[in-house]
Design a protein around this ligand. Structure first.
Ligand code: ADP
Ligand code: MG
Length: 589
């Protein structure tokens, strides 16, 4: 424990407080400001002058009031009880705070424990007394929720012999293990701490090769994200960023979800807060909240806490990754986070970079996305964990050339570009297939071909190719009309329309259509691909293009999205029916 330092407020400027007498404090120390003990963090230190970003409303603070540094960096509490929680940007539990404050407004300086101190958890030892253990080794487990077993790990930096290990019911503050280390005996509790701005250590990172299923056809088939992958969803207001992020939180096949509502309007987050607890895990029927941690720092909450919310969320996500889980984090929106950075930078009177954002916007953005990945966790069992990151980006006016989008583009591997025109045309999800990309596509092909269908990638690439050709052919149609195209070209346009309407369009609010498994996506793709491939052959042998376009069974393609996953066998017949119908068509001449 370091010494506390007490200084005095010199100046208050919105979320920024400048204090003197802070010579012995450290950068990034947490401080308590004024008698209300508002929580802040030293973000700049020059001589004895500290610049402090304060995570609570600063109105009413005056020069001369005390500032006390705690000597500790801003940290999260880690342990059982995180799941099924809703926190603010600095991990204060929102429901508990409401109860303590007697209303929905957070009373300032209110100290509410981040994790429940009184609850007893049933700790089952995994290690044994006498075992040699090192950092990351699993000492025991706790059934945190019905969906997730919590692993209590040897904290990073600790190694030694297990001197004693308990079994039974304990609170998170009670000692469950004693480890004899080189530096003496260390007691281990379920409650552990980690500074939010420092990535949690791992053994090493690997190249992602396994896809995350999201249930959205345009994502899984055309622009897939990998376990441990990093992606962004840029788009103008109303294009579908939040709908996409929330669909991911519901349907993505990650074991643990961390959802950060960062600076968006409160009512949007409220929808999510009401809806999610009612939703069930499709596989187990248990409430989805049992695998979810929510961080809510909406636009009406203090701007500095918005900056911290991203780090609070990612540190919790890393902690579950370290247990060996596949974790996915959504942040809606990283633009609001960048705006918080810009505001603090402006108040610090730093030299502004592009559009007033600080020069370090790029490095901070990169540092955030670098915390994603698929890793070998610390621990002797070399278990694997993954953390996928998906950030929404809200460029003003939907202009992708602005700094936040550009800095994000540089580091993410998946870019799901939402498009105002598609949204206006009610093509949902309005993900533009010509601007979007996934740098994981190639890496994931092997897995898809092996696990879903051996011709998956061949069909996927043909689909992508047709969509690109459609773009070019539409130019020609605009100039000379549809009839001027060859039969084969007309068929490309017909197939591309089917791809757009019957495959890419997906209604997030329809019970069946909201989620499509890989297996169903494959059957849908096969039906469309057969229509294209057999149709092209028919036209080549002299069948009238119109006869191909108008075959009766083509309607079945459009109906596929509405067919339940349980009726997959039925869907498997569609491609064959289409193939047979087209092959039976007679040439006209
Ligand atoms: P953003 O977060 O980009 O501002 P939203 O995600 O809130 O936009 O989407 C705005 C509206 O667009 C939604 O309320 C919904 O009506 C519609 N929408 C967006 N995506 C979809 C989708 N995949 N399916 C159906 N409707 C959608
Ligand atoms: Mg939104």
């Amino acid at each position: 424990m370091s010494e506390t330092v007490t200084g005095k407020i010199r100046k208050v400027s919105g979320p920024l407080v400048v204090a003197t007498g802070m010579k012995d404090a450290k950068i990034f120390d947490v401080v308590q400001v004024a008698d209300q003990k508002l929580i802040g963090e030293i973000i700049e230190l020059e001589g004895d002058v500290a610049s402090i970003q304060v995570y609570e409303e600063t109105s009413g603070l005056t020069p001369g009031q005390p500032v006390v540094s705690t000597g500790l960096p801003l940290s999260v509490e880690l342990g059982p009880g995180l799941l099924d929680s809703i926190y603010d940007g600095i991990q204060r539990p929102l429901q508990e705070i409401e109860k303590a404050a007697g209303g929905p407004f957070i009373t300032r300086g209110l100290e509410v424990p981040k994790l429940d101190r009184s609850k007893k958890w049933s700790f089952e030892p995994v290690a044994q007394e006498g075992d040699e253990v090192k950092e990351g080794d699993i000492l025991g487990t706790v059934q945190e929720t019905e969906l997730i077993q919590h692993k209590v790990m040897v904290p990073p930096g600790m190694a030694g012999t297990v001197k004693s290990l308990k079994a039974g019911e304990f609170t998170i503050e009670e000692t469950v293990a004693v480890i004899a280390t080189e530096k003496g005996e260390k007691e281990v509790q379920m409650l552990q701490y980690w500074p939010i701005r420092r990535p949690r250590p791992v053994q090493n990172k690997q190249v992602p090769t396994v896809p995350h299923a999201t249930g959205w056809r345009v994502l899984d088939t055309l622009f897939p994200i990998a376990k441990g992958g990093v992606g962004a969803i840029p788009g103008p207001f109303g294009a579908g960023k939040s709908v996409t992020q929330q669909a991911l939180a519901k349907y993505m096949d990650a074991q643990v979800i961390v959802y950060i509502g960062c600076g968006e309007r409160g009512n949007e987050m409220t929808d999510m807060l009401i809806e999610l607890p009612e939703l069930e895990d499709p596989e187990t029927g248990k409430p989805l909240m049992q695998r979810t941690v929510m961080i809510a720092n909406t636009s009406n909450m203090p701007v500095a806490a918005r900056e911290a919310s991203i780090y609070t969320g990612i540190t919790i996500a890393e902690y579950y990754r370290d247990m060996g889980y596949s974790v996915a984090l959504m942040a809606d929106s990283t633009s609001r986070w960048a705006e918080a950075l810009r505001e603090m930078s402006g108040r610090l009177e730093e030299m502004p970079g592009e559009e007033g954002y600080p020069a370090y916007l790029g490095s901070r953005t990169a540092a955030f996305y670098e915390r994603g990945g698929i890793v070998t966790c610390l621990g002797s069992d070399d278990r694997q964990g993954s953390l996928a990151l998906v950030g929404a980006v809200s460029p003003p006016g939907g202009d992708f050339s602005e700094p936040v989008t550009q800095n994000t583009l540089r580091v993410v591997k998946v870019f799901w570009a939402l498009d105002a025109d598609l949204a206006a045309a009610r093509h949902y999800p309005s993900i533009n297939w010509l601007n979007s990309y996934s740098l994981y596509s190639k890496q994931l092909e092997g897995w898809m071909n092996e696990n879903v269908g051996s011709d998956w990638s061949e069909m996927r690439n043909r689909m992508m190719d047709l969509l690109q050709k459609e773009g070019q052919l539409q130019e020609i149609v605009r100039l000379v009309g549809f009839d001027a195209l060859s039969g084969e070209e007309q068929h490309i346009l017909e197939t591309a329309r089917t791809i757009r309407e019957d495959f890419l369009q997906q209604n997030a609010f329809d019970d069946i259509d909201a989620f499509t498994s890989h297996a169903k996506q494959y059957e849908m793709m096969r039906a469309i691909d057969t229509f294209y491939v057999n149709g092209t052959k028919a036209i080549e042998r002299g069948v009238a293009p119109k006869d191909v376009f108008e075959i009766e069974v083509r309607q079945e393609i459009a109906r596929m999205k509405g067919v339940e996953e349980t009726k997959l066998e039925e869907l498997k017949t569609v491609a064959d029916k289409i193939g047979a119908a087209i092959d039976a068509l007679q040439a006209t001449e």
